[in-house]
Design a protein around this ligand. Structure first.
Ligand SMILES: [Zn+2]
Length: 278
């Protein structure tokens, strides 16, 4: 195992354990299904996603960056820019790309079918932050690879970005609630748990907000930031009405097959019928 994989994994496991313990003892919201039922599907997707991306793309993003350096393509590989600057711009550009990728997955119906797997979870906790359909993970990898090549990102930027992306996804999906005062201060810069839960609302105007995974400034800059939901955090309706929380909907095979079939239209609510069009 190379050093970067070790550090990425250690950091990820560390923050996952801290958040999972915190949400066990200080949960912000009550889960409609047991942990065992939801975690089987959510963590199963992580394993399938890792296997699919490894098989489909045997080269990692760091490998792509090293290749671009070797063949001298990408802006930073052609210009003489200080390393610190190329790392900073690389990390920021990758984060911005993920913000827009997330918006695109909410806008294009075919992509929404994939991303809906993330939103159908009727509860939000640490494992929701990892629950993505393998095809969404693959597409996201390709988008990131394009940014890495176009920019000539240094490998250091990718390691920092990937560690941050994983850590923030686990952090802001955790089922905890910070004291409101802290939340207000922290959300000036970061996407907090309460702010991200608004993105998981069943209401279309709320799920079309707070797309950022880490910092809150992209949402503020591009007009998608929502500091407060219509309902209090405790009463917020999370998930998708056309997929009510059930053991069946939470199963690994259901999650993998979900993008390929439409739910019974008679079970859709107004808000989710609109959601399908966006
Ligand atoms: Zn989303």
């Amino acid at each position: 195992m190379d050093n970067t994989v070790f550090w990425r994994l250690s950091f990820f496991v560390g923050i996952f354990v801290v958040m999972a313990v915190l949400e066990s003892y200080l949960p912000a919201r009550h889960a409609p299904l047991t942990r065992k039922v939801r975690w089987y599907g959510n963590l199963g997707l992580v394993v399938v996603g890792a296997l699919v991306s490894r098989l489909a793309l045997p080269i990692t993003l760091v490998g792509v960056a090293l290749w671009a350096q070797e063949v001298h393509i990408g802006a930073f590989n052609l210009l003489s820019v200080p390393l610190w600057l190329s790392i900073a711009v690389g990390v920021l550009t990758l984060d911005l790309a993920i913000y827009w990728q997330h918006r695109l997955f909410h806008t294009i119906p075919l992509l929404w079918r994939l991303h809906q797997v993330h939103h159908i979870d009727g509860h939000v906790d640490t494992t929701t932050g990892l629950r993505f359909h393998p095809l969404e993970i693959l597409l996201s990898l390709l988008i990131k690879a394009l940014v890495v090549v176009a920019l000539g990102c240094p490998p250091e930027a990718i390691v920092i970005f990937e560690i941050g992306l994983n850590a923030f996804a686990v952090f802001n999906h955790a089922n905890i609630r910070l004291p409101q005062k802290w939340d207000d201060i922290l959300s000036k810069v970061l996407i907090t748990q309460r702010v991200h839960r608004i993105h998981h609302s069943q209401q279309l105007n709320e799920s079309n907000s707070n797309f950022g995974f880490s910092v809150s400034w992209w949402d503020k800059l591009f007009g998608s930031y929502k500091a407060r939901g219509e309902k209090q955090d405790e009463q917020l309706e999370i998930g998708q009405a056309n997929y009510p929380p059930s053991r069946e909907n939470a199963g690994l095979w259901s999650l993998l097959a979900m993008p390929f079939h439409q739910p019974d239209p008679s079970k859709r609510s107004t808000s989710t019928a609109n959601q399908d069009k966006h």
